[in-house]
Design a protein around this ligand. Sequence first.
Ligand code: ADP
Ligand code: TZD
Ligand code: MG
Length: 580
Amino acid sequence: MGTAEPQVAAASDAQQQTDGFQLVIDALKLNGIDTIYGLPGIPITDLTRRAQAAGLRVLSFRHEQNAGYAASIAGFLTQKPGICLTVSAPGFLNGLNALAHATVNCFPMILISGSSEREIVDLQQGDYEEMDQLAIAKPVAKAAFRVLHAEDIGVGVARAIRAAVSGRPGGVYLDMPAKLFAQTIDSAVAKNTLIKVVDPAPKQIPAPEAVKRALDLLRSSKKPLIILGKGAAYAQADAEIRSLVEKTGIPYLPMSMAKGLLPDTHEQCASAARSFVLPAADVVMLIGARLNWLLSHGKGKTWGGKGHKDWGGQKFIQVDISPQEADSNVRIDAPVVGDIGSCVSALLAGIGSNFSKPPAEWTGAINEKKSANVAKMAETLAKNPAPMNFHSALNVVRDIVKANPDAMLVNEGANALDFTRSIVDIYQPRKRIDVGTWGIMGIGMGYCVAAAVVTRQPVIAIEGDSAFGFSGMEVETICRYNLPVCIVVMNNNGVYKGTDVDPNGRDPAPTVFVKGARYDKLMEAFGGVGVNATTPAELRKGMEEAIRSRKPTLINAVIDETAGTESGRITSLNPSAKKK
Ligand code: ADP
Ligand code: TZD
Ligand code: MG
């Protein structure tokens, strides 16, 4: 009898304990995070198991980089930080590329990595997979934090969420040493340490004088142009943006991932007259787009430049959440700083009902260019050469996307990227996701997994054969989770094309792969559907069937190996081209 009581007390004490693993899960769930993209191992294996047991969706990848890219694009699509979970040192480093990618592209993402104990790391005592991860993550992350005590997990997760989604979104690193997960703490005390983040991405209302300055400039313009970037797509202010474009009547250009904010077939879309409108416009309003290399830094030949017949010395309005973005390349005459939803609403309120639409001379000239270019393109697309080229294959993809406007389109490669971007119209916001600001290869299969999981819509991936190779093993992941993904590998036997040869006749050229490779068989290895398509008709049949069945499918589209251009559309950045 005398010993019975303490034993009961001990048992109930034990019941009231929680641990680091559980607190991480509780903190994520409390903040509405329902999916983890990761790869298990010491010290986070149990975190993946227990998260799944607790009802979180845990998607397990074959390489952390792909899990990281998946998390980053989930962040873009949902405005909630995508979570990537990795083991220490090598797993962390594999995920780091995606963390940097998230920061560079302004996507909210949190990389959570298990790590070695501080004591061992700081004395460099040689732990299993030891590395000073926090220090390494800092330069590529928007913010980086380490949590040492279970009672600080709530604060650590809250700070990571705020840093990822507030202001300009970005990648955040959260370092969790192994010992943290096993720490136990009283459940009641622990509960109070958790934080449900209130208003994680607060509205940022633009200053009225900034809005007025921008509108005055727009009103003075004879040849205005709006450029929509992926920040505008991220902002989910779709109705306001459409309204601004339509009420002002200003022609617009969508950047790659802003395609579909308004349907690419919209009468004000100037994509088919891009090289005409950029130099000719007099006032350009950037909405969630940076004047980086993708817009030729706002100067030089693309923009007319001095001496060009259309040189207008453009004036710029820039709508952006980052106050530091303006003037990064050229003078911004009217910066409007705030979140795009608030800024566009303020601009709309300011234009009222008496905004005069741009002169017909301007819109008419654009339409003329557009019609000419569209007619030229239609002619090219209608050809049916043997073997298939990019155009005849993408003509099929264009039809399939038109018939399935809800489907997500993932796209990477060089020619496979550039041709798809210009040929395949997008009809709804946030349906096109691609290589982003860095023009990076390897986003493909990670993006496919996240796009399918987040949107539940069919996913079509148009992949260069080189691009596909960077993440190709994730076809197993796609099969394992039975995701409705249709991958089309544009197989031209190599990087840019498949025709290079080693002048010494010893090895294959650096840009060339195994000729006639059958990527479709990779998919079959894991129970998915493989199709080898040598004609547009075969490609169409394969894609239609994939969308209908929602089965993981890989179509090896055999493309003329002479069809590509070196570096696709960015030949001018190739130093060998600069030398000439
Ligand atoms: P693109 O590559 O499509 O041209 P960028 O990635 O260069 O687009 O630019 C995106 C811009 O959008 C960044 O400067 C970023 O600060 C901004 N941005 C992102 N989210 C928001 C938001 N919610 N409100 C305002 N600006 C945003
Ligand atoms: N590595 C990474 C991470 N990103 C890159 N962009 C490159 C290398 C360089 N690169 C490109 O810019 S495009 C490309 C590489 C290797 C592949 C092009 O070949 P592809 O496409 O087969 O994917 P096309 O259709 O043959 O042009
Ligand atoms: Mg290729």
